[in-house]
Design a protein around this ligand. Structure first.
Ligand code: MTE
Ligand code: QUE
Ligand code: MOS
Length: 765
């Protein structure tokens, strides 16, 4: 049973009819200004001179800002400094912001930017992860998680393998690019409309840039056309620029990146270099392992401490690693500073581990699923490398069930026969699990607030700290409030997220938007329900314990007999009786905490799990791949809205498939990003969907922890289900050999890489 119904997204109609208002759809005001940014054309070096005379003189230009024009140095690093708003002297990546122009139109601003005369002293950029490891060129210090004696276990293990894998990054490619519109206020502050996952962080940094207290800066977010982690920290730069110009000219100012500028200016998923050394017994049971996870952070820390940590937290995926060392490195490079992206490092750590499993299976000539099942967390083997006990993993049941329903074993035999008959097109199959830790690993972020108003006509307006980016958070929170009040969903509206309604909000991230804000909203609704109950009992003769809120009606027993009231009646009567009808709600996740100094603790409240079987076909003469069929079984606990959850699972899987099979970021030797538009960067299209796509939710699996209606988070975990397709491609390639062989394949598995791997096997055979 689900907790809530499969209601459509609250703005589904607006989305499909085009009536949904995004930041750039807001009505223009008179004299509005538009910002464009001048980007560096080198990746590394010094600014010798910046001649902006022609820019200032260009038609429509009203103002130009470079670092020297700012009243004080502005650094917009979210956690650590290192992200200057505009380059002062040192250029550290290609496409870095040098100066900004405000003009009467977007086109005029963009044309003016081209007229700058920039003189650089260029130096050789650092672009390589392996080199950064060797030179210990890090943006943050290394971190280690360890248990037992990995070296001893490795030395005494009957089998030992080591290897290396390079894992590509990923561009967010949200449909709506970065944009903020700033309106100056009479009190010296600003009102911002921003496409933003982290309005409080933007409020904070804009206040700092303007030199005003946070109470003069307001950020409103109604919706984003996608965020995917790319608007957690990266939304701040356009917001600060728009705010600065708005204050300087007392005009509304809009800063919207063009797609190319967005691709050059904003951080992406971290590419990783993963190295492993694993020891195991004859059955394939892992005895000892060393993981090295080196993330390419770019030029500054941004969120990389937490991102590489999360990669490390997922380097076990669903498997018990008895003696283990996991090292995480934050490598510096002269590339844009990489940032949060759905999974937040987790996907890279998990892919490294699943690669180890495939290597072990190939070495022993066993089916990878056997190795997976053998190594799962279970009784007596249930403590992670960071010492959290695994009590909430549904992976064992997911693997068993899915292997059966998707007929994994039968299809493997069928594939073997098909491959024997077809020398060119080879098929492959893989079943992989996902166990994803839910909570921000930075503990203080696990909190949320909500503000609920009950109006005298019985309608409810709810505001909370989470942002809507298409995931359906507003609809879920709306349903949670309606369920708690026993009220028809239509009576509840959720208003745009605003820093002046609910303060000090965490970014909408870590898949915890509905866990945190849903619970805060639930607490606010409960408060109103308790006040109404109290009032009915103390003044309306309701018998204690008899008040019920169900089916859009309030009912209770009184000496005169059973009573019922509809919400409009109830709200009106409570208002006349002067019952306060507005309440705040707050929630902080209990019982969690990770001590980084000892690398031990309970970072996660629970785990969200899923499993996928992918069957692929590859053309061994072209390297092209196709997903023939994908079966997913995912655990969302007691779903608040099964339709929205299915959408998240399908979308997440496809985004992961893009990351692992065709999205490839390419930089040239000078550090210039070559894939700077949709023509060269291939995001998944409808034609890349699995031909046969079967997604289901695990039945009867309420969250053991006290989450909202015992639901489980769903936003990020499904992305990692796409590892099944990557593993299936490896499996398909390996069929070119006569004996079991581990195929070394870097991600993404582009046609080039697949073809090279095929050719290598053919040459060996
Ligand atoms: N779904 C859509 N449609 N658009 C998005 O931008 N972002 C993902 C995921 N699903 C995203 C999405 C990411 S990175 C996160 S962390 C979660 O949604 C955030 O929302 P939630 O916490 O409410 O699930
Ligand atoms: C998962 C996440 C985030 C995270 C930790 C996770 C995330 C995020 C931060 C973060 C960390 C420190 C800060 C801050 C944010 O941590 O998205 O502002 O000071 O932003 O495990 O998704
Ligand atoms: Mo999601 S990467 O935590 O915004």
């Amino acid at each position: 049973m689900s907790a809530g119904n499969s209601e459509p997204h609250d703005a589904a109609r607006e989305h499909v009819t085009g009536r949904a208002v995004y930041v750039d759809d807001r009505l223009a005001t008179q004299g509005e200004l538009h910002v464009a940014i001048g980007l560096s054309s080198i990746a590394c070096g010094e600014l010798r001179s910046l001649d902006l005379d022609a820019v200032r003189a260009a038609p429509g230009v009203v103002d130009v800002l470079c670092a020297d024009d700012l009243p004080h140095a502005i650094d917009i690093g979210p956690v650590f400094p290192g992200d200057p708003l505009l380059v002062d002297r040192h250029v550290v990546h290609f496409g870095q912001a040098l100066f900004a122009v405000a003009a009467s139109s977007h086109a005029a601003a963009r044309r003016a930017v081209q007229l700058a005369k920039v003189d650089y002293k260029e130096s050789t950029p650092k672009l390589d992860i392996a080199e950064a490891i060797d030179e210990e060129n890090f943006v943050r210090p290394p971190h280690r998680m360890a248990r037992g004696d990995a070296d001893a276990a490795l030395a005494s293990a009957p089998h030992r393998l080591s290897g290396e894998m390079s894992i590509g990054g990923q561009e967010h490619f949200y449909l709506e690019g970065q944009v903020t519109r700033a309106e100056p206020l009479e009190d010296g502050g600003v009102m911002l409309h921003s496409s933003n996952q982290n309005p409080t962080e933007t409020q904070h940094l804009v206040a700092e840039a303007l030199g005003v207290p946070m109470h003069l800066v307001h950020v409103e977010v109604r919706r984003m056309g996608g965020g995917f982690g790319g608007k957690e920290t990266q939304a701040t730069a356009p917001a600060v620029l728009a705010a600065l110009f708005a204050r300087r000219h007392s005009k509304v100012v809009s800063c919207r990146y063009s797609r190319r500028d967005d691709l050059l200016l904003t951080g992406k998923r971290h590419p990783f270099l993963a190295r492993y050394d694993v020891g195991f017994d004859d059955d394939g049971r892992i005895l000892g392992i060393r993981h090295l996870l080196a993330g390419q952070c770019g030029h500054s820390p941004d969120l990389s401490d937490a991102i590489v940590d999360r990669a490390m937290f997922h380097a076990d995926n669903a498997y018990y690693l008895p003696d283990v060392v996991i090292d995480g490195l934050r490598c510096r490079s002269n590339t844009v500073s990489n940032t949060a992206f759905r999974g937040f490092g987790g996907p890279q750590g998990m892919l490294a581990m699943e690669t180890v499993i495939d290597a072990v299976a190939a070495h022993l000539g066993k089916d990878p699923l056997d190795i997976r099942q053998l190594n799962l967390y279970g009784p007596g083997r249930d403590v992670t490398p960071y010492y959290q006990q695994v009590t909430t993993s549904s992976v064992p049941v997911l693997l068993d069930t899915l292997a059966r329903t998707a007929q994994y074993r039968e299809r493997r035999d069928a594939i073997r026969r098909a491959n024997a008959a077809n020398p060119i097109v080879k098929r492959g199959i893989a079943l992989t699990p996902v166990k994803f830790g839910i909570s921000f690993t930075v503990s203080h972020l696990n909190q949320a607030g909500a503000l609920l108003h009950l109006y005298s006509d019985g309608s409810v307006l709810l505001n909370h700290g989470g942002t809507e980016m298409g995931q359906g958070l507003y609809q879920k929170v709306r349903q949670i409030v309606a369920l708690e009040l026993g009220m028809a969903v239509e009576r509840v509206a959720v208003s745009a997220t605003r820093t002046d309604k609910v303060p000090n909000t965490s970014p909408t991230a870590a898949s915890s938007g509905s866990d945190l804000n849903g619970m805060a909203a639930l607490h606010a609704a409960r408060e109103i329900r308790l006040r109404l109950t109290e009032w009915l009992q103390s003044t309306q003769d309701a018998e204690t314990g008899s008040v019920e809120f169900v089916d859009d009606t309030v009912s209770y027993l009184s000496p005169a007999g059973p009573q019922t009231m509809h919400w409009p009646e109830l709200a009106r009567a409570a208002y006349l009786a002067r019952v306060p009808l507005s309440a705040t709600g707050f929630y902080a996740t209990p019982d969690i905490g990770y001590d980084r100094a000892t690398a031990r603790g309970r970072p996660f409240y629970y785990y969200a799990c899923g499993a996928a079987v992918a069957e692929v076909a590859i053309d061994t003469l072209t390297g092209e791949t196709r997903v023939l069929r994908t079966d997913i079984l995912h655990d969302v606990g007691r779903s608040i809205n099964p339709a929205l959850d299915l959408g998240q699972i399908e979308g997440g899987y496809m985004q992961g498939l893009g990351w692992l099979t065709h999205e490839e970021l390419v930089w040239d030797d000078t550090g210039r990003l070559l894939t700077d538009g949709p023509a060269t960067y291939k995001i998944p299209a409808i034609g890349n969907m699995p031909i046969d796509f079967r997604v289901s939710l695990l039945a009867d699996s309420p969250n053991d922890e006290a989450t909202v209606f015992h639901s489980k988070a769903v936003g990020e975990p499904p992305l990692m289900l796409a590892i099944s397709a990557f593993a299936a491609i490896r499996d398909a390639i390996s069929s070119l050999a006569d004996t079991p062989v581990f195929v070394k394949l870097d991600a993404p598995a582009t046609p080039e890489r697949v073809l090279l791997a095929c050719d290598e096997l053919r040459a060996r055979a």
